[in-house]
Design a protein around this ligand. Structure first.
Ligand SMILES: Nc1ncnc2c1ncn2[C@@H]1O[C@H](COP(=O)(O)OP(=O)(O)OP(=O)(O)O)[C@@H](O)[C@H]1O
Ligand SMILES: [Mg+2]
Length: 254
């Protein structure tokens, strides 16, 4: 049976959805049957990130008791499975967010589930944490998002969820940034991994692709793949960093 891992932050815009789509796609490339779920029901955008803005059955239909969760799983061309949330405003009516626990039914059918959480420390974020088994906290290396991240850690602890660690996203290595060690110490949780600031992330978003698909050897891709491997307790060994890959790239063979 798989675990549900929720990706939380506190502060908005730090890179939760980007992390979910890329770690999920990386896990799927590594051979793990992976489902990513848009738990950001009020302002969903996971499907938009992936070029699949959903008009069909989606998570809201589960929350309104109209569909079973099994009817909401879509297969992305890269192999990851996606449960989108509807982008239609009307679909926000009559939702029972308590029904989110129905996603637990998917645990028997895959190796990993990643739940993209809404920003903020609110009921919606708390519901996501409640249905999950483990939590990853995303922050940027600055005091504002790290302070908000602490609130997410507190909420996870309140519900006795295991916090896998902090994902530091958009690090650019400038000396005014908080250090990895400071962030980890401030939050009282281990460092899960670091993803650098990388314009390839924006480029891939513009192409409606994940960065691990569109630019597999980019700095951000390598960061996300290392984190995906670590979540599964594996060491990251990527042929894409090897000489043969670089040679093929030079010759534009891939
Ligand atoms: N490592 C990175 N390098 C450059 N840009 C990034 C990186 N990570 C994320 N971004 C960009 O930051 C923006 C916000 O990312 P994203 O939507 O994933 O954040 P979020 O935490 O899910 O936001 P929200 O709280 O609103 O749901 C996007 O435009 C994304 O492309
Ligand atoms: Mg998001």
């Amino acid at each position: 049976m798989s675990k549900i891992i929720s990706i939380v932050s506190g502060k908005g815009g730090v890179g939760k959805t980007t992390s979910v789509i890329n770690i999920g796609s990386a896990l799927s490339k590594f051979g793990y049957d992976t489902i990513i779920i848009d738990g950001n029901v009020d302002t969903p955008d996971l499907g938009l990130h992936l070029g699949m803005p959903n008009q069909g059955t989606n998570l809201q239909d589960v929350l309104t008791d109209e569909k079973s969760v099994y009817e909401t799983v879509y297969l992305h061309p890269n192999g990851v499975k996606v449960v989108p949330a509807g982008i239609n405003m009307w679909s926000l009516m009559n939702l029972s967010k308590n029904n989110l626990k129905k996603i637990k039914g998917l645990k028997n059918y895959c190796n990993a589930i990643l739940l993209d959480c809404p920003p903020g420390i609110n009921d919606e974020a708390e519901n996501c944490i409640k249905v999950s088994d483990e939590v990853i906290v995303v922050t940027n290396p600055n005091i504002l998002s790290t302070t908000d991240a602490l609130k997410a850690v507190v909420m996870a602890r309140k519900h006795k969820k295991k916090v896998l660690g902090v994902l530091i996203n958009r690090k650019n290595g400038k000396d005014y940034e908080m250090s990895d060690a400071n962030i980890s110490e401030f939050l009282g949780i281990p460092l899960l991994g670091v993803v650098p600031e990388d314009e390839k992330v924006m480029k891939s978003l513009n192409e409606r692709k994940t960065v691990v698909d569109a630019y597999p050897s980019s700095k951000a891709s390598i960061g996300f793949k290392k984190i995906a491997a670590k979540i599964m307790g594996q060491e990251y060994k990527d042929i894409e960093e090897g000489l043969w890959y670089k040679f093929k790239k030079l010759l534009k063979l891939n």
